[in-house]
Structure formats: C-alpha cells, structure tokens
Write a protein that binds this ligand. Sequence first.
Ligand code: FES
Ligand SMILES: [Fe+2]
Length: 456
Amino acid sequence: MVDVAAPDEAEILGTAVTASGLAAEAPVKIPVERYTSPEFAQLEYERLWPKVWHVACTVDHVANPGDWFEHRLGPYSVLLVRGDDGVLRGFQNVCRHRGNPIALGSGTEARELRCPYHRWAWDLTGKLREIPSRRGFGPISNDDLPLIPVRVDSWARLVFVNLDVHAEPLADWLEGIPDDIAWANLEEFRGTYSTVTPVNCNWKVVNEGFSETYHVQGLHREMLGSIDDVNSPQRIWDRHSASYQPYGVASPRLGRNVDDQTVWDSFVVTQGGRMGPDHTEPGPAPAVPDGQTLQDVIAQKIRDHQATQGVDLSGYDTAQITHLNQYNLFPNTTVLISAELFTVLTARPGAHPDEGELATIHLRRMPSADAPPTTPVHVTVPMDQADFGFVLNQDFSVIATMQAGLRQPGFTHVWLSGEECRIINMHRHLERSLGLAPGGWTPVESGSANGPGPAR
Ligand code: FES
Ligand SMILES: [Fe+2]
C-alpha cells in the first residue's frame, strides 16, 4: 500500500471550499501510527511542541503585577508572570540549581519566584537574586543563571507562548485570522473561566473533532434542523484554516421544505441558552414578522438577552450573531466566535499517545473595551464529571471511545475526504514540522520506507 496525496489535494488545500463542495478523486490516508506510536509522539515532543505558538490562558488570568500562571503542554511547563513593570513574561518552569519546577498552579501577589527545594530566588523579570549559602558554590554570578525565557505575546485577549525564543512573531504566525475576525471587536471580551480535562485519547482525536462539520449528520443529528452543514464555507490560509457555519437555518440534508418549528426546536435544544433562560425548552416557534426570517428573530432574541447583561449587539447583523466562525489554529487550537460568543478549545498531548488533555477557555463580551480585567476561574474537570452542554457533550462521547478503535490491529489508516480538508491541511503541516514525507509517520532521514513507516 502506497500513501500518496490525492490528485486533487492541491486544489482542495489552496481553495476556499464549502463543507461538502468538492468531490475528491481519491481519499487521503493517514497512518494510524500518528495517533498511537510512542515514537511518533516523541517526534512531536521534539520537533513540534517546542516550536509552535500555542494558547496558554487569557490576559485576565495574569492581569495584575505579581499574578502568575503555570501553563503545561505535554512534558513542557511554562511559568507566566506579570512583572511590577506591567510586562507579562514567560519562563521555562525549572530551577537553575538542580531542576525542580519553580511553581505549580497559579497565584497572585508574587514578589519573587522562589524554588521551594533549596530556596533559590529570582525576581519577576527572571533575574537571579538570591542563593542561600552562596559561598559553597564558589564564584557564581547572578547574571549567569537567569530563568530560561520563552516567547510570550497576546492576541484578542489570549496569551500565546512559544518555547522557541527565535520563533516568528505571533502576528505573522496567525496569518490572516486577526483581519478576518476584526469585525467582532474581540478586545471587548474578558476571560470568565478555563478548564482542563484529561482525556484517554491522542491530542489529534480531540483536535480533529473540532475541524470538520461532516460529523454533524452523524453525531449531532439534533443540530440538523438549525445548521447549514453542507454549504458552510471553509477557508485555508497556509497553516491555519476556518469554517463559517450558518445557524438558524435547516441543513439541506433535511430537504427543501423544513418548517420554522423544526428549525426553532433544533436551535433551542442545541443552543437555546444563547437567547436566555426562557428558551432552553422546546415550545411554539415565535412569529416571524413580514420581511424577516426565523434567523432574524433568533438574532434579535440573542441581542435582547445580551442587553440584559449590558451588552449592546445592535451593531451586529443577523449573520454576525447566528453564524459560528470556527478558526483552526495549527496545530491544536479551535477558536469559536460569533457576536456574543468566544470559546477556545485546545487539544494538548499527554505523557503517552493514548492520553491527552482538552483545555477550554471561555470569554464573555463586556459592555466596552474599557471593561476592567476579570478574575477567571481555572479548574481541572475529570472526564466523567465534564458537562459542557448538549453539543460538546456529544463530542466528548467520541473523545472517550475513539482511541480504543484506533488500537484495533486491523485498522491501519484514517481515511479523509475533501470535506475534511482542514484535517488534511493540519497533517500536511505536521509532516513539514516533523520532517515526514506526505502520508508518512517516520522521519524521511531515518524511515525505512522513506517516510510512510514500516511496510504493512
Ligand atoms: S532545585 Fe531549586 S533551589 Fe535547588
Ligand atoms: Fe462536534
């Protein structure tokens, strides 16, 4: 079996396409070892994770001088801390004495960063300032042993880190996304809470579950009454991609004559809370004024509910409120945005390819961009206690079981359709990051089959 790119793959990857608008001439096959092999996970630890910008938290998690937050990504741990000068800095979370992590968790009002083991201490800029019983070390300069810095930057209230201090600027890394979503005025949002849930699957299983709408007709059938999952535009820049999904209209998969009651029931069941607490149970569809659509009525109800929170959405039209803008940031982050909604889902690697973490960050639009910082709650939520709402809970049901399927010995490849072009694009960039041939899972320089891995 030879794995090659589908003939029309270049066309798919270089073009704006609808959710199911292109028929591929051949499927794209991805070897399952990318999800199961410890050697492959090791390759990711070495060549991917230390080189990419990735989301850690919101600015609000570390808003004040002395605030600090530990960000973990697989084996890596970064300590974010805001200095007395107001600058947010990041350091590899390791003591320069004998390697103990300096701090775990998060906190406020730090005056220094002091290792609990032998009490070496650094100031909030990372400069060493105290070594207990210093004489025993002989000549040693504080300038020789600063904390090891990492790159830190922010966009849209999100704090990004990169262990590679020579990485390209975050603004370049994000490609066209900030311009694409500029209309949403994301600077008006503030963090409300964030979660981490350990999952028993590879990080790519989590990530890919948020990288296509093909599964709506399978896993989220209740959504079909209120999403156009067929004509949703998809867009691919280079490493990142997007999907723009209209809600408040029925899926073409249900045929042409879907009544408003069906659309209403579906919207209420799957995301009625966006219209306020009165719309979480199905009931009679509201009247639709002449010249409007049910989608317009839904948008107005969301505006009305936000107004009760002091948020004015009158400047946002029906599409900006009812469409979900889903950005897939290479390699592991999904950003969900509509006029009043801003949620970030991040898939993180675990210690083993069968393990990972789903991290979520939830933000809320404030009355203005001048709103003061919030104090987000950050919690670990066990998988069996995670409840993220009707639709995400359905996604969780797959996250909980998928790795067992991938482990079956007869299963050799994941097969991808043009409809899943954002996943294909992620794998093509993964190949570049890891030094693999297309369709391979071992590095080109060491693979026995020049990339595709051992022959089957
Ligand atoms: S390991 Fe940190 S002070 Fe010794
Ligand atoms: Fe889903």
